[in-house]
Write a protein that binds this ligand. Structure first.
Ligand code: NAG
Ligand code: NAG
Ligand code: NAG
Length: 329
């Protein structure tokens, strides 16, 4: 968790190292922490080295709405279509909690515990070769649906909100159900939705961000998100929020992504995952299967456009992002 500036003695590999090993139950690869956000070594291990399972020891400081450990690590397993065994440090005073056994179709077991310092052993069964398994979801063409439809009704009341330094374009979900589009640069995000009830005391927005993220490392993002605002004051949209009361009968989120690396996130009230309750269709729509069993914090398509990253001369391989430092200073 130490800021990368104080980890210089560890951090600058001349060549990022790709580590794999074979077992009777599939090929394994290893990387740690912040590596998960970058092409090398994380994507290389999956695409080039063809690993089945990633071992991911980490000291991950949670950051809502998109980068809480269980949320992002399970989304990466789904987006990359591999198993991820994520073992996070557990220390609630620095907001590190959240380990899991994640399969491409969803979390098989996970633990998120901000109440005690107790450890937790996770056990689950996984496919040895997830990409060959009929239970694994098929490859996704992330922009097919979004490029095939007209923009839904455009909203005149767009506004900007900042998430982890990134300026998102937002529109409010003013009705109990409907179809909305919000665009930023080349990314248009489409949402169809129906809430079980439109509450007066909760505000949800649809947001789009297409740009270079520049805090604690520089990396290019394309993000479509449905999220709950901290309060009914629209200037709080994007701030971390951990509880909600609104369930959704239906949601369908898609975007005109320029990248094929998109990580689907669904996070419920109480910072809980929703295994088995949602899926990604081959045309790129992230949809729910039934009415959500819990109220929704966020439904997000987190896209990484690696080709648009600046040269990574200064990022710290293996370092964990110390995100809170930025928020406090
Ligand atoms: C948790 O982190 C704090 C702050 O770094 C540290 O002082 C404390 O010793 C840690 N607790 C454990 C159990 O490691
Ligand atoms: C949203 O779009 C879907 C299909 O495109 C349509 O069936 C539905 O009636 C629309 N809902 C609203 C409230 O406009
Ligand atoms: C909304 O929140 C902002 C900052 O979060 C604050 O400056 C503003 O006064 C609030 N507006 C209302 C109407 O409460």
């Amino acid at each position: 968790m130490t800021p990368k500036t104080s980890e210089r003695q560890f951090n600058y590999p001349k060549e990022p190292e790709v580590v794999t090993f074979e077992t009777p139950f599939g090929k394994f690869g290893i990387f740690t922490c912040f590596d998960i956000l970058f092409y090398e070594p994380a994507v290389v291990l999956v695409n080039k080295m063809q690993v089945d399972t990633v071992l991911f020891p980490t000291a991950w400081m949670n950051l809502l709405p998109f980068l809480t450990a269980i949320e992002f690590h399970s989304a990466w397993a789904m987006g990359m279509r591999v198993n991820v065994l994520a073992a996070n440090t557990h220390n609630t005073s620095i907001e590190m909690t959240g380990s899991g056994i994640y399969a491409p179709a969803g979390a098989r077991a996970y633990s998120y515990n901000m109440k005690t310092e107790d450890g937790h052993l996770l056990i689950a069964e996984l496919d040895a070769h997830p990409r060959l398994s009929p239970a694994s979801p098929p490859a996704v063409s992330w922009n097919s649906y979004a490029l095939s439809v007209e923009k839904f009704s455009q909203n005149d009341h767009e506004f900007t909100g900042i998430i982890f330094g990134d300026p998102f374009t937002f529109v409010e979900l003013t009705k109990p159900g409907g179809n909305l589009t919000v665009c930023q640069k080349d990314l248009c995000c489409h949402l169809g939705y129906k809430m079980t009830e439109k509450r007066d005391d909760e505000v949800y927005v649809l947001g789009a961000f297409d740009g270079l993220h520049v805090i604690e490392g520089q990396y290019y993002l394309q993000i479509c998100t449905l999220l709950k605002c901290l309060s009914t004051n629209l200037s709080t949209c994007g701030q971390p929020v951990e509880s909600a009361q609104t369930k959704f009968e239906m949601f369908s989120l898609s975007g005109t992504f320029g990248t094929s690396y998109v990580f689907p996130e669904v996070l419920y009230s109480g910072v809980q995952l929703a295994p088995g309750e949602f899926e990604v269709l081959t045309d790129g729509r992230l949809i729910n299967r039934n009415t959500t069993s819990k109220p929704v914090l966020t439904v997000t398509l987190f896209g990484r456009w690696y080709e648009k990253d600046p040269p990574q001369t200064d990022w710290a391989s293996g370092s964990c992002p110390n995100k809170k430092k930025v928020l406090i200073f």
